[in-house]
Write a protein that binds this ligand. Sequence first.
Ligand SMILES: Cc1cc2nc3c(=O)[nH]c(=O)nc-3n(C[C@H](O)[C@H](O)[C@H](O)COP(=O)(O)OP(=O)(O)OC[C@H]3O[C@@H](n4cnc5c(N)ncnc54)[C@H](O)[C@@H]3O)c2cc1C
Length: 418
Amino acid sequence: MRFDTVIIGGGLAGMACGIRLAEAGRRCAIVSQGQSAIHFSSGSFDLLGRLPDGQPVSDPVAGIARLAEQCPAHPYAVIGAENCTRLAGQVPALLREAGIRVVGDSRHNHFRITPMGKSKATWLTIEGYLTTDEPDKYPFRRVCIANIEGFLDFYPEFIAEELNRRGVECRFGNFNHPDLEKIRRNPSEMRSANIARVFDHDADLEALAEALRHQAAGCDALILPALIGLTRNDSLEFLRQRVGLPIHLLPTLPPSIPGIRAQQALQHRFRELGGEYFLGDSVLSAEIEHDRVRRIFTANHGNIPFEAEHFVLATGSFFSKGLVATPDRIVEPVFGADTLHTPNRAEWYTLRFFDRQPYQAFGVRTDPSLRVMKQGRPLENLYCAGAGLAGFHPVQEECGAGVSLLSALHVAELVLND
Ligand SMILES: Cc1cc2nc3c(=O)[nH]c(=O)nc-3n(C[C@H](O)[C@H](O)[C@H](O)COP(=O)(O)OP(=O)(O)OC[C@H]3O[C@@H](n4cnc5c(N)ncnc54)[C@H](O)[C@@H]3O)c2cc1C
């Protein structure tokens, strides 16, 4: 099989890169072995929430401009502040074209509310989710926080505690539905995706709206766990009209309905543009000649190779097995690429779980054009994008989705200009 570009990994980075290349008319394939981090995400995309020294960032564009001093190996510093600003400006349109409508802009972080009720700075949030411009200011004084009976991945009490501290009066609502009885028999089935399937039909949404209308009577607004809209875009509007109140969604613990929806929408957009998506297939090995990747081999296609002019490594970090830790090394399993890590395993992590963990900045070593290094030399037609890149701390710097999206768009431009 021959393509212009083959992308390995179908997470946020692989799909953004594939979409941009397919939009430019390139024949593109994505090979992806399984679920990606986006299935677990909050429905918000972070660009930069903190500098490496811990200072909070309110203007991500200004923060990115300061990264080169503090951390020259950070992917944003490698891509360049001007490129980052330009590419960040393209992301809302890329998402919108895929049917994912977001609020937010790259000059001003807003705040989203976590499943535990805390405010967290972020860049873009899918429409319908509760966001605020300032951490202490909510668009309501008296709110009803509703939950499904027996759903354990959402914590109304914690959320109410946080809101009460900021002067918001909270009331709890609980709703049920006969179809939920089947999944309730087994507590491990009471997960967001299974519940959301129940509320994908008009009649079931009507019943939900009826229950919510009674429970939220006298409140200014309603907070609902993100358990609607698995396969349709209009569920929230449907409920808002019938309940007659502003309704704000909050993310639940994973699996994440906004994440699953975003994954499906991006995948659909890629295919609509003519891209070929090989889901459930793993790239196992590659043939490299004269510093160029010639072909790759996958589990499902056996000895039928994928050949291309360019390849993109977007296999993610440890979470997606794009990086693997052995007792003494960090390994990139497909190409045996060079990785950046400290040699002494005792220095890979600190014992305090929430501290800045050194291993999180480990990743694939690249040249300044994000070409993957192997045995000290760049592979001329293999680029790396996304969470597998070295040099950043996605959790502490609150930049995970931003690095994946911006590096993917940057790599797409490098491929198009090669
Ligand atoms: C649980 C979790 C939640 C997160 N939530 C957020 C959030 O709410 N907001 C935010 O801004 N950031 C969040 N992040 C940060 C996240 O890293 C980025 O947002 C981004 O989604 C990473 O995308 P990616 O495409 O780079 O990598 P991944 O999403 O890890 O995708 C890599 C893909 O490559 C595939 N793959 C791996 N090896 C192979 C192979 N050999 N062959 C074929 N396919 C392969 C994997 O199956 C996977 O599909 C979260 C991260 C995690 C782990």
